[in-house]
Ligand binder design. Structure first.
Ligand code: ATR
Length: 284
């Protein structure tokens, strides 16, 4: 029941109508009986400064930030975590003691999903990452933070974008850059992550790999796409006996970390995943 002391959480983005974050977070808040409510706000780029001034004025306890505001929002915050500063994007803001604090929980989301959903106990020495956009930045940061990962093959349609990303984040020469369209020998790659939107509805017939013969049984394949729940890439992986996971876990785990930052409580992630799935079933 919303009362006079209920605290407000939310997500801002443009577009925002299809977000599953309210379903996930409200399910977790309800399960734990916490007196918060989580809403979605449509904020156009020109209105971003006013939205953040409004967050302060209304004492909104926390916001998730999604496309296209993850970089722009950084200019309006009082503090930015080391991780968010290195990634160059903020997806979570907490309002604490009159200050807006920025975090990035996407890196945590991928690592936790690989562990919890992919069953990855130890990171392989060699990883392939497809894509060099915003999602890839957080994933590359997370991979570079793992000492076990010695080499990362960063493949992108526009090789110059991959070179720029590697130049930004990799100080030790652990990233090899290449073209997505070429064949790459991945015999010793133990983990392949797709960070592009290729294969996402309405282009569910596409795979980011021009030549899927690089996939093999000893590989864990993680797709950040979760609509559809099984992508062409995941089917290509399953066909050679590789384990494949979709992006739903990453979405839920990044949300879980935001939730914990705001409330100080670890949420029931299974309930968050179930709420997101129920939302997709209703027509996403
Ligand atoms: P996000 O923030 O979701 O990562 P983005 O920053 O627009 O989105 O990045 C999209 C990524 O998907 C990029 O790596 C992009 O490749 P380019 O750098 O060559 O643009 C890749 N991508 C998007 N559509 C693609 C397509 N049809 N074919 C190949 N790569 C594509």
């Amino acid at each position: 029941m919303i009362s006079g002391i209920t605290r407000v959480l939310g997500v801002i983005g443009d577009p925002i109508a299809h977000t599953s974050s309210p379903a996930m977070h409200n399910a977790a808040l309800e399960a734990l009986g916490l007196d918060y409510v989580y809403a979605a706000f449509h904020v156009e780029p020109a209105a971003l400064p006013q939205a953040l001034a409004g967050m302060r004025a209304l004492e909104i306890a926390g916001l998730n930030i999604t496309v296209p505001h993850k970089q722009a929002v950084m200019a309006y915050l009082d503090e930015i975590s080391v991780e968010a500063a290195a990634i160059g994007a903020v997806n979570t803001i907490a309002f604490r003691d009159g200050r807006l604090l920025g975090y990035n929980t996407d890196a945590f989301g991928i690592i936790e999903s690989l562990r919890a959903d992919g069953g990855l106990e130890r990171f392989p020495a060699k990883v392939a990452l497809l894509g060099a956009g915003g999602a890839s930045r957080a994933i590359l940061y997370a991979l570079l933070a793992r000492k076990e990962v010695e080499e990362i093959l960063l493949l992108n349609r526009t090789v110059a974008n991959a070179e720029a990303l590697a130049g930004d984040l990799d100080g030790q020469g652990r990233v090899q850059v290449g073209a997505l369209t070429e064949y790459h020998d991945m015999a010793d790659v133990g983990l392949l992550i797709n960070s592009t939107a290729i294969g996402m509805h309405p282009n569910e017939g596409e795979s980011p790999l021009a030549d899927p013969s690089c996939l093999h049984e000893q590989m864990l394949v993680a797709d950040i796409v979760y609509n559809p729940l099984e992508t062409v890439l995941m089917r290509q992986a399953s066909a050679v006996g590789a384990k494949a996971i979709n992006g739903l876990g990453m979405l839920a785990w990044q949300g879980a970390r935001s939730f914990e930052i705001w409330t100080g409580v670890k949420p029931p992630v299974a309930a968050m995943v179930a709420a997101a799935l129920a939302r997709f079933a209703r027509g996403g």
